[in-house]
Design a binder for this molecule. Structure first.
Ligand SMILES: Cc1cc2nc3c(=O)[nH]c(=O)nc-3n(C[C@H](O)[C@H](O)[C@H](O)COP(=O)(O)OP(=O)(O)OC[C@H]3O[C@@H](n4cnc5c(N)ncnc54)[C@H](O)[C@@H]3O)c2cc1C
Length: 422
């Protein structure tokens, strides 16, 4: 399929790798649908537990959000830890904190498999206005008192250590966060999965999950029919294609990134080499690539049609943050769909022997690896930690098949307007 959003820095600098072709018996214990972080992590962890696994990917490994994202590794979820505690109570907040803030499975996978993906340490959340900075400061204080979690409150006057932009009113620097080359991480996971015995079929789209004979469950793909005891649906933005009921829980929001040409002054823009995300609802997020470009994401579009010129669409956001490179040449511009849930928390669960995890709402680079591993753990019989994520509150969007997206868009536009009004 031709992809109008494929002019990505990541594709241009991806490691050269294709899965090994395989023939023969197509039955397996676990069929994984989707070759992004969630599916790859689940497949790898299942194979490590001795299950026979086949992973189906409609296009190629990392085709979805996992191969296109901003590469920002931000501990936690879209809700702050204090919001989780207020809504879910102390015990559940503790369990979520242990998993989503402390348990960095991405770092562990990179170390275990020697994945080359330009991993860097440090994430800065930058406050768009003084009110946002006050809220950040309170949260950092809460995290330190309640969990002993260390982060640094950066006053407005100290921001130059991290970022050469006058725009921000302070921030929180989190040394547990960081950034990486997401497509090369996905490829690294795929290689590790294959080494662990996972059979990977690219360019084979799953059309139907047939539950009528529950054991095995039958999958009808573009090229074959197979039986599996368990299915893991990790198709994120596309989940409604195979599981229409689950499709009610997310809407895809298009988000765009650019990568400048190599910049001689790159280190002056972001001296500490931290990744940065700002505190607006429609946020700007940016970082340096290993070869010293600025990778910048900004603006959202509620239409599925990409702008004709992605660089021209994103450039004004970059110029607002970094006027000193307003006219820098831009070598790459690409985009992808962020699957967003109604409350911005991921929707994770199981229906019989079918497991799913989707809707990480722009905050999935770290938590997807964890979610995949916890699915494998549950499938092998220990569901305690999986249940922590599966018990997050989730509600479908209202509006049915045709009205769901317009209604969700209206809600998102409202928040975007609030941003502009400060
Ligand atoms: C532009 C952009 C920027 C982002 N920036 C960040 C960031 O900086 N930090 C962060 O934490 N998060 C970010 N995110 C979100 C993050 O990338 C996602 O949450 C995460 O990658 C989701 O991973 P996944 O494996 O669940 O889904 P995906 O990576 O989307 O994988 C799903 C896969 O399923 C395949 N598929 C779909 N249907 C079928 C089918 N029927 N049969 C077989 N295969 C199928 C697709 O081809 C795809 O490869 C961003 C997302 C986007 C789009």
């Amino acid at each position: 399929m031709s992809d109008p959003l494929a002019n990505s820095y990541y594709a241009a600098t991806a490691q050269d790798w294709r899965p090994r072709p395989f023939d023969g018996e197509l039955a397996c214990d676990v069929a994984v649908i989707g070759g992004g972080f969630t599916g790859l992590s689940a497949a790898l962890a299942c194979a490590e537990r001795g299950f026979s696994v086949i992973l189906f990917e409609a296009e190629h490994i990392g085709f979805g959000a996992s191969g296109r994202n901003g590469g920002q590794l931000i501990p936690g979820l879209r809700w702050t830890a204090s919001e989780l505690e207020a809504e879910l109570g102390r015990d559940r907040a503790d369990a979520l904190f242990d998993l989503c803030w402390r348990d960095n499975r991405v770092r562990a996978r990179i170390a275990k498999h020697g994945i080359t993906c330009d991993l860097k340490t440090g994430h800065l959340e930058a406050a768009w206005n003084p009110k946002g900075f006050d809220a950040m400061r309170r949260e950092a204080d809460y995290l330190a008192r309640r969990f002993g979690y260390e982060s640094e409150v950066v006053e407005k006057t100290g921001m130059a250590v991290h970022i050469a932009s006058p725009l921000y009113h302070g921030g929180i620097h989190d040394p547990q966060g960081g950034h990486f080359h997401p497509l090369n991480y996905a490829i690294g996971l795929a290689k590790a999965a294959e080494t662990a015995g996972v059979r990977i079929r690219e360019n084979d789209r799953v059309r139907v999950i047939d539950r009528s004979c529950n054991d095995p469950i039958e999958l009808i793909t573009e090229q074959t029919i197979i039986g599996a005891r368990y299915v893991i649906d990790a198709t994120d933005s596309w989940i409604g294609d195979v599981e229409p009921d689950l499709g009610r829980y997310t809407v895809p929001i298009m988000n765009y990134n650019i990568a400048t040409a190599l910049l001689a002054n790159a280190d002056e823009l972001l001296p500490s080499d931290a990744a940065v995300a700002d505190s607006r609802f429609v946020l700007n997020y940016f970082r340096l690539s290993a070869d010293k470009r600025l990778i910048f994401g900004g603006g959202e579009r509620y239409s599925q049609t990409p702008p004709r010129d992605i660089a021209a669409f994103v450039r004004p956001f970059m110029a607002e943050v970094f006027p000193q490179i307003a006219d820098a040449p831009i070598d790459y511009g690409w985009g992808g769909a962020v699957a967003v849930t109604r409350n911005r928390l991921p929707h994770i669960g199981r229906r019989g022997n079918i497991f799913f995890a989707h809707g990480f709402s722009g905050h999935g680079a770290l938590v997807t690896t964890l979610a995949g591993e916890l699915i494998a753990e549950a499938l092998a019989g220990t569901a305690e930690r999986f249940d922590v994520l599966a018990s997050l509150p989730a509600r479908p969007f209202p509006g049915g098949k045709w009205l769901r997206r317009p209604l969700a868009t209206l809600g998102l536009l409202w928040y975007a307007l609030r941003d502009r009004l400060g």
